[in-house]
Design a protein around this ligand. Structure first.
Ligand code: SF4
Length: 378
């Protein structure tokens, strides 16, 4: 019987056995595991604002906002967002631009657009009541298996497991998984294991305790095993593999794009353009920019951009800033130039809207972080 199937079939009474030939086999009950984990969580969990409530709106918001975001960075956003949109009705009634403005700087803007759309669907079709069923929750924009499980278990006490990056790492170490956790088959087995180890009496606390353990103790590098409440249940620790696990599939090198950005001035106003709602940085405003082609000078790239993207003849001027910014899948260097033009009629081929705005009004528009970095220089 494999390690995995053994864990699955023994789920009723045992969760982990440690087959270390140098020692007598250790066996621990699921009850002991739950007790150790929840005692630690009850005594030591961080006091986070969304843990003081069982309002599904707040829990949903926190789960969406904290994906790909550090808690320290995300918490002020969470508090400001709730102040501006305290419930489903206020969020549903807002414009997309108002929602994006509150999200500005957090990245992954599709999360904000999906929050907005989901709020509208819940108000229009569900009488502003969150469904408790994780399957139904997953029908809503931006709510996947993880988020549905988190909302259902934390807000409603539904016994359903969750698996995020932190929990994946914890489970892979507890079970000493010596395969890449990036493989779909391993991911599937970890979901099954998360369900096997779930505390069905306190599913919300259990899921949050596992996340907390991954965030504070079972961290990616140098896990703090000496302080770990479930150390005696951990195969990686017993085999001294905790620093080697989990295994990951090596990532491809991230491409780097060199770009020109045109800060075009006409009669004291700057031209900004709006990205299409769907897709990367959707719905945000920005200064027109494009990748520099091979053997093309910055000036040539700017003139081409004016003609092809904006149907505008522009006269490139001085360099204002060189901004480096990293996204998940690529890095960019933005070479920002002041440019002039004689006319204000713009026909952008790749944007949904354009405006001429004064520098003091930039604050009214949501910009991507890369562009926010040079706004103060204009
Ligand atoms: Fe992670 Fe170490 Fe705890 Fe195992 S003992 S779960 S490796 S922190």
């Amino acid at each position: 019987m494999t390690m995995w199937s053994s864990a699955m079939s023994a789920s009723k009474c045992l969760i982990l056995t440690v087959p270390d030939p140098s020692r007598a086999p250790m066996k621990y009950s699921k009850t002991q595991f739950h007790k150790s984990l929840l005692r630690w969580y009850d005594e030591d969990a961080r006091d986070l604002p969304w843990r003081r409530t069982d309002d599904p709106y707040c829990i949903w918001l926190s789960e969406i906002m904290m994906q790909q975001t550090r808690i320290e960075q995300g918490t002020p956003y969470y508090e400001r967002f709730l102040e501006r949109f305290p419930d489903l009705h206020s969020l549903a009634a807002a414009t997309e631009e108002e929602v994006l403005k509150q999200w500005e700087g957090l990245g992954y803007y599709s999360r904000a657009r999906n929050l907005h759309r989901t709020a509208q669907i819940l108000v229009e079709q569900y009488d502003a009541v969150f469904p408790e069923n994780p399957e139904v929750l997953q029908l809503l924009p931006g709510i996947g298996k993880y988020t549905a499980g988190a909302i259902a278990s934390i807000a409603f006490g539904v016994p359903v497991s969750v698996l995020d990056g932190n929990i994946k790492r914890v489970l892979a170490r507890l079970q000493a998984v010596e395969e890449s956790i990036d493989k779909p088959a391993v991911d599937k087995r970890l979901w099954e294991l998360a369900t096997v180890v779930l505390n069905r009496r306190r599913p919300g606390d259990h899921n949050q305790a596992m996340m907390e353990l991954g965030a504070r103790i079972c961290v990616p590098r140098n896990p703090l095993c000496a302080s770990c409440p479930v150390r005696k249940h951990c195969r990686a620790f017993s085999k001294n593999l905790q620093d080697r696990l989990p295994l990951r599939t090596p990532k491809k090198a991230i491409p780097h794009h060199e770009m020109v950005v045109a800060a075009i001035v006409h009669k004291g106003c700057y031209l900004i353009v709006k990205r299409p709602s769907e897709g990367f940085l959707g719905g945000l405003w920005e200064f027109p920019g494009d990748r520099i082609k091979k053997a093309e000078s910055h000036e040539e790239a700017l003139r081409r951009l004016g003609k092809e993207m904006l149907t505008l003849t522009i006269r490139p001027g001085g360099l204002i800033a060189v901004v480096r910014h990293a996204y998940t899948h690529f890095k960019v260097t933005l070479n920002v130039y002041r440019c002039r033009t004689q006319k204000s009629d713009v026909l952008s081929t790749s944007h949904t809207d354009s405006q001429w705005v004064k520098a003091e009004d930039f604050e009214d528009y949501p910009f991507p972080t890369g562009h926010r970095k040079f706004l103060h220089l204009l």
